[in-house]
Design a binder for this molecule. Sequence first.
Ligand code: ADP
Ligand code: MG
Length: 236
Amino acid sequence: MPKKVVVGSRKGGVGKSTMAYEVAYVLGAVLVDFEWDGDSVSRRWGYRHEERATDPLMAALDKGRTPRVLKGFRKPDLVPGSPLLLDATLTPDEFADAIAKWAEEWGRDLVVDTHPGASASAHGAMSVADVICVPTGLKTGDLNGTEQMVKEMLDYPLVIVPNMVRRVPPAAEIKRLTSIVEGTPVRVGPPIPFVGAVEVRKRRIAMTAENPVPRAILKVVDAYRDLGAFVQEYVS
Ligand SMILES: Nc1ncnc2c1ncn2[C@@H]1O[C@H](COP(=O)(O)OP(=O)(O)O)[C@@H](O)[C@H]1O
Ligand SMILES: [Mg+2]
């Protein structure tokens, strides 16, 4: 059975899209873009919807078809996002059914990148997810959002991934994260370090596809490989 991975969070800017891109590449999964604006995975991949005459995601959702997957070279295969997703009138269940059907028809694992906050597309994807990766900064604001999410989604397969973790992680915030998940089935995944070179990187290939891996991103590449292995083990 193909596995469905969803990367989600109440907050923007916590590293969801970067995580979805790398985890999809590490797992050899199809990356499905459910983000409708901003610095989406589709844009990073090199897909520019404004230059396209068709909208494969909306066409697939509207007609109940399975979208064609764009082949990535040293980056994940992609179902590009659409700015029209914002106005889509589908219910969470319809999104859920679509995601489940696509994974089955492709016979491949998929990773969904979601828009921050609550949306029908994010909810739908999460409701059929085998694992939901929640990138979380070790900061009060991020942890507040994560605590809320853990409380409301206890019956979902949540994995909190400490993200953009500084060299000296703040002890109080680690303690808080530990207490947020204590006594729940929610797991904490391997942390991803903060690496300045990630913020300014312009290359489209996945960091985990670099060969040789540039020294500046070595730590983050190792961490994403660990996260990929963790996710693989979690879903199997
Ligand atoms: N491990 C990291 N270290 C440093 N910066 C990172 C890291 N991961 C992501 N970033 C940067 O953080 C910003 C937000 O990341 P992004 O993946 O777009 O988050 P989101 O999808 O949650 O909005 C981007 O500028 C990105 O390059
Ligand atoms: Mg994003």
